[in-house]
Design a protein around this ligand. Structure first.
Ligand SMILES: Nc1ncnc2c1ncn2[C@@H]1O[C@H](COP(=O)(O)OP(=O)(O)OP(=O)(O)O)[C@@H](O)[C@H]1O
Ligand SMILES: [Mg+2]
Length: 572
C-alpha cells in the first residue's frame, strides 16, 4: 500500500503533494501558536489590565485562525486533486490490463466483481491514498508537535495528562481491526450486488418473459440487505470510535484541571499556562480522530487493493509471441492437437485438419463435440496442451497475438454489436476504413439494401447489443464487419443456427460471397451449407471421426451419413 502510495501518488504528483504538506504544516503551526498567545492574554493583558496588548492579542488570534483556514483548504484540495488524478490513471491502467487478460478469465470471472474493482474498490483506494495515508502522516506529526509543546511547557503535567495514551491507542487499534473485518465482508457483498444488477439487466428479456421480476427483486434485496448490514457494522464501530476518543480526552482535561490547579496554587504554573494547556488538550481529539479514521480508511483501502491485485495474479496462459505476419496467405494446419479446459477432461483429442485459401471447410458434429472449442483454439483464446496449430507454416504460438487475430474474421452465432451507428459497427475492426469500403463490405454481406432503407442509413443507431435489428440483419452486419478487415481466414461458429430459412438463405449467400479466395471454417448443422462446402470435418466426442467431401462421406455411410439419416443435421 505504501509502495502504491509512493510510486503512483507522491512521485507523479510531487508538486501537489509537497504544496499540500507545506500547507498543512503552516496550518498546524498556526493552530499550535494560538494557546501560546492565549497564555500571554491571561498572564499579561488580564493580570496587568493592559488593553493595548489585548487588541494585539485578539487580532493575532483572528489572523492565526484565518491562516489555518486558508492553508487547511490548500491541503485538502491538493490532496484530493492528486488523489483523483492517481485514480484516473489507475483506472485506465486496469482497463488495459483487464483487456489483456486471457479470454478464459472472463468465462470464469464474476462480472459484478470486475465492475466493483473499477467502482467501489478504486474509490476505497482513492480514499486511502488521498485521505488515509496523508492524514496519518501529517496528523501524527501534528500530535507529536502538540505533545512536544505540552512537555516543553510543563513536562510533569504533560506526563500525568498523557498517562491514558497507551490505553487509548490499544482501544483504537482494537476498533480498527473490527472495522477492517466488516469492511471486507461489505466489499464482497457489494461485489455480489453489482453482479446481480448486471445480470438482471443483461437478461431482462428472460426475466420479463418468465415473469420473474419479483424473484429477481427478492434476490437483489437480500444481497443488498447483507451488504447494508455489514456496512452498518462498519459505521457503528466508526461511530463509537470518535466519541470514545473524545471521552478519553475529557479524562485528560479533568486531570489537567485537578493537577494543574494544584500547581497553580503552589505557584509552579501560571493561570495562563494552565489555560494554554487546556486548549492544547482540546486540540488533541482532532488529530487522534483523524488518525483513527485514516487507519480505518487505509485498512479498507488495503482490502480493496488486495482484491484488485487479483488482476495481476492471474497468470496469462496465452503468452504473446514475437513474429509478425506481413502477408497472410491462409494455410491452416492443426497437427495432433489435444485440448482440455482447466477442468481436466479432454475436449479435443488428436485433431488433424488442413485447409488453404479458397477452401470452405464445414465442421459438423453433435452438440458438445468440441466445435466451438476448435474455434477457440484457432483464435488462441486458449492454447492446446498437445500438438500445434500452424498458420502459413508458423506455429501460432510464435506469432504476435494481434498478427494472428487480425487475419481471422470471426463471426459468432450471436453476433455482438456495440451501441453505436451501423457504420461504426462495421468498421470496428478497421476504424480507418473509408465509407466506400464499408459500403462494399455491406454489399458483399447482403445488408447494404437494408441499411439504405433505414432513415439515417449507415448512421442509424443499432441500440444496446444491436437490439433494434433482427437476428439475420445483425448477422449480416457482423459479416460485413469481418469483410472490412480483409482477413485471410473466416471463422464462423453456427452463423445461421438461430435464423429461419429465408434469413439463413440471405446470410449464406453473404457468407458464400465473403469466403471467395479465403480459407473459411464454418461450424454448422445445416445440410445446405455442408453440401456447398469443399470439405466436411465430422467431430464426435472431441475426435475427428471422418473428413472428406459431403458426397464422399455419404457414400462411405459412416457416422456422418447416419447423422443425416437420423435427422441430426437440419435440412435447410
Ligand atoms: N470454458 C469451458 N470450461 C470448461 N469446459 C468447457 C468450456 N467450454 C466448453 N466446455 C466443454 O467442452 C466441451 C465441448 O464444448 P464446445 O462448446 O466446444 O461444443 P460444441 O461442439 O461447440 O457444441 P454446440 O454444438 O452445442 O455448440 C463440452 O463438453 C463443454 O461442456
Ligand atoms: Mg458451439
Amino acid at each position: 500500500m505504501f509502495r502504491l502510495y509512493w510510486t503512483k501518488f507522491v512521485l507523479p504528483y510531487w508538486a501537489l503533494t509537497l504544496t499540500a504538506v507545506v500547507s498543512f504544516i503552516v496550518a498546524s503551526a498556526a493552530t499550535l501558536a494560538v494557546p501560546l498567545i492565549l497564555k500571554s492574554l491571561i498572564d499579561v493583558a488580564l493580570e496587568r489590565e493592559n488593553l493595548g496588548a489585548l487588541n494585539v492579542i485578539v487580532i493575532s488570534v483572528a489572523g492565526l485562525y484565518a491562516i489555518r483556514t486558508i492553508f487547511s483548504y490548500y491541503y485538502s484540495y491538493n490532496m484530493a486533486k492528486a488523489g483523483n488524478m492517481m485514480i484516473r490513471n489507475l483506472r485506465n491502467e486496469m482497463f488495459k490490463k483487464l483487456h489483456a487478460m486471457d479470454y478464459g478469465y472472463f468465462i470464469n470471472a464474476s462480472t459484478g466483481n470486475v465492475i466493483s474493482y473499477f467502482t467501489n474498490d478504486l474509490w476505497l483506494i482513492q480514499q486511502a491514498v488521498s485521505l488515509g495515508i496523508p492524514d496519518l502522516l501529517v496528523e501524527s506529526l501534528n500530535l507529536v508537535a502538540i505533545m512536544a509543546v505540552m512537555f516543553y511547557f510543563d513536562w510533569q503535567l504533560a506526563l500525568v495528562t498523557f498517562a491514558t495514551l497507551p490505553f487509548t491507542i490499544s482501544v483504537v487499534s482494537y476498533f480498527n481491526k473490527r472495522i477492517a473485518a466488516f469492511g471486507t465482508f461489505y466489499e464482497e457483498a457489494l461485489g455480489k450486488v453489482t453482479g446481480l444488477l448486471h445480470q438482471s439487466i443483461v437478461s431482462v428479456s428472460l426475466v420479463q418473459s418468465y415473469v420473474r421480476e419479483d424473484y429477481e427483486y427478492d434476490k437483489f434485496r437480500k444481497k443488498l440487505q447483507e451488504a447494508a448490514l455489514d456496512l452498518f457494522k462498519v459505521q457503528r464501530w466508526n461511530a463509537v470510535l470518535i466519541p470514545l476518543v473524545e471521552f478519553l480526552t475529557a479524562i485528560g482535561v479533568t486531570i489537567i484541571i485537578w493537577y494543574g490547579s494544584r500547581e497553580v496554587i503552589s505557584g509552579k504554573l501560571s493561570i495562563g499556562g494552565m489555560f494554554a494547556f487546556l486548549v492544547y488538550i482540546i486540540n488533541v481529539p482532532a488529530p487522534v480522530g483523524k488518525i483513527t479514521q485514516a487507519v480505518s480508511r487505509m485498512k479498507l483501502g488495503l482490502v480493496a487493493w488486495s482484491r484488485i491485485k487479483e488482476l495481476d495474479f492471474q497468470p496469462a496462459t496465452v503468452v504473446e509471441g514475437t513474429l509478425e505476419l506481413p502477408e497472410c496467405i491462409g494455410h491452416v494446419d492443426f497437427k495432433n492437437v489435444s485440448f482440455s479446459y482447466n477442468s481436466g477432461t479432454e475436449v479435443l483429442h488428436d485433431i488433424n485438419i488442413s485447409a488453404g485459401p479458397g477452401e470452405v471447410i464445414a465442421v459438423v458434429g453433435p452438440s458438445g463435440a468440441g466445435k466451438s472449442s476448435f474455434a477457440n483454439l484457432l483464435l488462441r483464446f486458449y492454447d492446446p496442451q498437445q500438438g500445434s496449430i500452424y498458420l502459413d507454416g508458423i506455429d501460432i504460438k510464435q506469432l504476435k497475438i494481434s498478427a494472428l487475430r487480425e487475419n481471422i474474421g470471426f463471426i459468432q452465432q450471436e453476433p455482438i454489436l456495440f451501441n453505436a451507428s451501423i457504420i461504426e459497427n462495421i468498421r470496428y475492426g478497421r476504424p480507418t476504413a473509408s465509407y466506400c469500403e464499408v459500403e462494399r463490405a455491406a454489399k458483399i454481406a447482403n445488408v447494404h439494401e437494408f441499411i439504405m432503407e433505414l432513415p439515417e442509413g449507415y448512421n442509424s443507431a443499432v441500440g444496446e447489443l444491436g437490439g433494434r435489428l433482427s437476428g439475420g440483419q445483425r448477422q449480416r452486419i457482423a459479416i460485413a464487419r469481418a469483410i472490412v478487415v480483409e482477413p485471410a481466414i473466416l471463422l464462423l461458429d453456427e452463423p445461421t443456427a438461430a435464423l429461419d430459412a429465408y434469413a439463413e438463405q440471405q446470410v449464406m449467400e453473404a457468407i458464400r460471397k465473403a469466403s471467395a479466395g479465403r480459407t473459411a471454417f464454418i461450424i454448422t448443422h445445416r445440410l445446405s451449407t455442408l453440401r456447398a462446402s469443399d470439405k466436411v470435418v465430422y467431430l464426435s466426442g472431441g475426435m475427428v471421426t471422418e473428413q472428406g467431401t459431403h458426397e464422399e462421406l455419404l457414400v462411405k455411410g459412416g457416422s456422418y451419413a447416419q447423422a443425416i439419416e437420423h435427422g441430426e443435421i437440419s435440412v435447410g
